[in-house]
Design a binder for this molecule. Structure first.
Ligand code: HDE
Length: 734
């Protein structure tokens, strides 16, 4: 399961995890920890003498019929038969964790919500990450949008910010949502394909909805195949409002930016992982939290005053548009940290239920037509998923008092005493609050208009931001988009679908359309109906989010060894990787002990070459040792590990005899490989032919150009991937 950072560090980190927010204390009321002292009982509390045999009629030599009268047997089967609840209609596949949120700068100029103004306050949160299209059992690494939903358990009530890792959406009006999801989910006649948009119906829908063009650019970018939930941005997407103590309202968009940077898998890796480790992202999050390497995000707001609402050439209430940072800068005011794994998946991650309509005083809605539809949909869906009293479930209930005259319904838990259940009542029990007491006050918005099924004129432009996004990508990112579109449209067998989409791409960029057309067929567009405006914007390319400081924290580094490995290089690397809070994973030909060249040291590998794959790690280190290297050289899977890691642009480190092994396996210029005691780095491959005392380095500081081998190697790992390898076309041996 989770790979833990070795002992001492791990224990120290466990101490940090002792932190308990109010919500955890609240949940502990419900915790049960089965122990040897407990005895097995029925749900109605009677102790059972066996859990293995149904009550039967038996005679000395014969097995007789089972008796339906057995309440114990019936209870087990009844409970089992009803274990499943309906999965979420979208975002069914997800994983969650607890954490805390704090603002380091008060936003009191724009809001009176204490969760955004009180810098001394720590608000407990639960975050659920998800994919959108796949069912509960689908794979984590599919190409899809990622959900990033946060429940803030504030002192003023729950605030649910239900966002995605992409700042815009496919459609403008909520009424289109069922069509969008029907078209993107598996097709109705055969329920194929699972968890992907590579099929006729999805692209047919996209073509028929020019408003979906911009979002499709994002989903065809690397953003849709993240390396980790810990390395995605989060966006509230919809336009909300903030209300300050003076009664002034502003429009707001919410953003999360990860401390570790925004990073993706490469497509070939994502495809393979879907089969090799379908729970890759789920395990990655749990592993980091168990190791005490808590994921963190900066929280930012973009605000527009009411007076400026109409100063933009797009409508700020249109969810298919983001607000470019050049026009509306992001103000980072807070930090989110996830620091506790769930205790039980079903009762917490599965039963958590979000509602965009749940906001606290100081935060409100706008007339964004997508948001207003969402405000209806989420409560409605929780009713069918969890039932009327879903807000009483431990994970959903607020940490502040709840008192009202909503009563009864299936599975009601709260027992409210007293003789009245209405307001006003003769005892004046439970009156509404005043605003001064913290009551929620709606902004007194002036509304005038006619009733009509229309969208405002500014909602009609759909291509400017699609171009802006494409233009802002780096050359590598652009080529990934071409390949992604090439893959998706290749899975559309209907020529109407792929040829129309290729024509649509010409509305974004003629070169893009022609490159995709060269892959998928159809008539190559010769002209563009709308020339590319050539503009770019800040904050769209992932390369702009490398992470706050170079770090290898929580990165998995495989160490490939066989009998006869160099114990000095091995131990030094293992210790340095652990000290940097990364995870060393020893991979051997099998899981039996591997003995070092000195014949005295040995180690049991964590995994073997066939059980684990290079796709599951971030980087590779291979120590020397003649016998070890010879064994690896003869092992086809070991060679595949090296070539695949190289093809997936991962950092590779090699010392001693392993330098030639790596050099033989991958295409590197001759000159770039170490042949002496000097460290060489070439396209993210770091080599040291002769290990001498001191040449290994301490790896305390992760920076380029330092002398030690580990420093250089760690810097290469911290870069996430070596894009130059791809630009030079060296990465073909996948
Ligand atoms: Fe959702 N969405 N959505 N959505 N959504 C749901 O609620 C819906 C939209 C998002 O981890 C459902 O509890 C409508 C945008 C996330 O539990 C449902 C519309 C964004 C999650 C629903 C949208 C999202 C959901 C299904 C268009 C990004 C998972 C289960 C008007 C800001 C939450 C559930 C979790 C879940 C409806 C559009 C994000 C059916 C009608 C835009 C992260 O209520």
């Amino acid at each position: 399961m989770a790979h833990l950072i070795p002992d001492a560090i791990h224990k120290a980190q466990q101490a940090v995890m002792g932190h308990k927010g109010d919500k955890i204390t609240d949940l502990q009321r419900e915790f049960k920890d089965p122990s040897p002292k407990d005895r097995l009982t029925t749900d109605y509390g009677v102790k059972q003498t066996t859990a293995d045999d149904w009550l039967k009629v038996v005679s000395e030599d014969r097995q007789g019929p089972m008796l339906l009268e057995d309440p114990f047997g019936r209870e087990r089967i009844h409970r089992f038969d009803h274990e499943r609840i309906p999965e979420r209609v979208v975002h069914a596949r997800g994983t969650g964790a607890f954490g805390k949120f704090r603002v380091f700068e008060s936003a009191e100029d724009v809001t009176c919500a204490p969760v955004l103004t009180d810098t001394s306050r720590e608000t407990p949160v639960f975050v659920r990450f998800s994919t959108v299209l796949g069912s509960r059992g689908s794979a984590d690494t599919v190409r899809d949008v990622r959900g990033f939903a946060i429940k803030f358990y504030t002192q003023e009530g729950n605030w649910d910010l239900v966002g995605n890792d992409i700042p815009i959406f496919f459609i403008q009006d909520a009424i289109k949502f069922p069509d969008l999801i029907h078209a993107a989910k598996p097709e109705p006649h055969n329920e194929v394909p699972q968890a992907q948009t590579a099929h006729n119906n999805h692209w047919d829908f996209i073509f028929n909805h020019p408003e979906a063009t911009a979002m499709s650019m994002w989903t065809m970018s690397d953003r849709a195949i993240p390396r980790s939930f810990r390395m995605i941005q989060g966006f509230g997407v919809n336009t909300f409002t903030l209300l300050n103590a003076r009664g002034e309202r502003s429009f707001v968009k919410f953003t999360w930016t990860p401390e570790l940077g925004v990073h993706s898998l490469v497509w070939d890796e994502a495809l393979k992982l879907a089969g090799q480790d379908p729970d890759f992202h789920r395990k990655d999050l749990m592993e980091a939290i168990s190791n005490g390497v808590f994921p963190k995000w900066k929280f930012g707001i973009q605000t527009i005053s009411e007076a400026d609402e109409h100063k933009f050439d797009f409508d700020i209430l249109d969810a298919t548009k983001f607000w470019p940072e050049e026009l509306v800068p992001i103000r980072y005011i807070g930090e989110l940290e996830l620091n506790r794994n769930v205790d039980e998946f079903f009762t917490q991650t599965e039963q958590i239920a979000f509602c965009t309509s749940h906001v606290v005083p100081g935060i409100g809605f706008s007339n964004d037509p997508l948001l207003q539809g969402r405000n209806f949909s989420y409560h409605d869906t929780q009713l069918s998923r969890l039932g009327t009293n879903w807000q009483e479930l431990p994970i959903n209930r607020p940490v502040c008092p709840v008192m009202n005259f909503n009563r009864d319904g299936a599975m009601r838990h709260t027992i409210t005493r007293g003789t009245v259940n209405y307001w006003p009542n003769r005892f004046e029990a439970c009156p509404p609050a005043t605003v001064e007491e913290g009551g929620y006050a709606e902004f007194a918005e002036k509304i005038a208009g006619i009733k009509a099924r229309v969208r405002s004129p500014k909602f009609k432009e759909h291509f400017n931001q699609a171009q802006l996004f494409y233009n802002s990508m780096s050359p590598v990112e652009k080529s990934h988009m071409v390949n992604a579109l090439g893959f998706e449209l290749d899975h559309c067998e209907d020529p109407v679908v792929y040829s129309r989409m290729v024509q649509r791409l010409a509305d974004i960029d003629l070169g893009l359309a022609q490159s995709v057309c060269a892959m998928v067929g159809g008539e190559a567009p010769k002209t563009s109906s709308r020339p590319n405006h050539g503009l770019t914007a800040k904050g769209l390319s992932q390369t702009e989010y490398p992470g706050e400081t170079p770090t290898i924290k929580s990165r998995r580094i495989a160490i490939l060894i066989a009998d006869g490995y160099d114990p000095v290089a091995f131990s030094a690397a293992y210790a340095a990787i652990s000290a940097a809070l990364a995870i060393p994973l020893v991979i051997g030909p099998n899981r039996n002990k591997v003995t070092a060249a000195d014949n005295t040291t040995s180690i049991q590998p964590h995994h073997h070459l066939e059980g684990f794959r290079s796709t599951m790690v971030d980087a590779l280190f291979i120590p020397g040792g003649a016998a070890s290297v010879q064994t690896l050289a003869k092992n086809g899977r070991a060679m595949h590990w090296i070539r695949e890691a190289f093809g997936h642009l991962k950092a590779i480190g090699a010392t001693g005899e392993a330098v030639q092994l790596v050099h033989g396996a991958v295409a590197l210029p001759e000159i770039a490989v170490s042949v002496d005691g000097d460290v060489r780095e070439s396209f993210g491959v770091v080599t040291l032919a002769q290990v001498r005392p001191g040449s290994f380095g301490e790896a305390v500081q992760i920076a380029k150009g330092t002398k030690g081998f580990m420093e250089e190697f760690f810097y290469a790992v911290a870069q996430h991937r070596n894009w130059d390898r791809e630009l030079q076309g060296l990465n073909v041996q996948v």
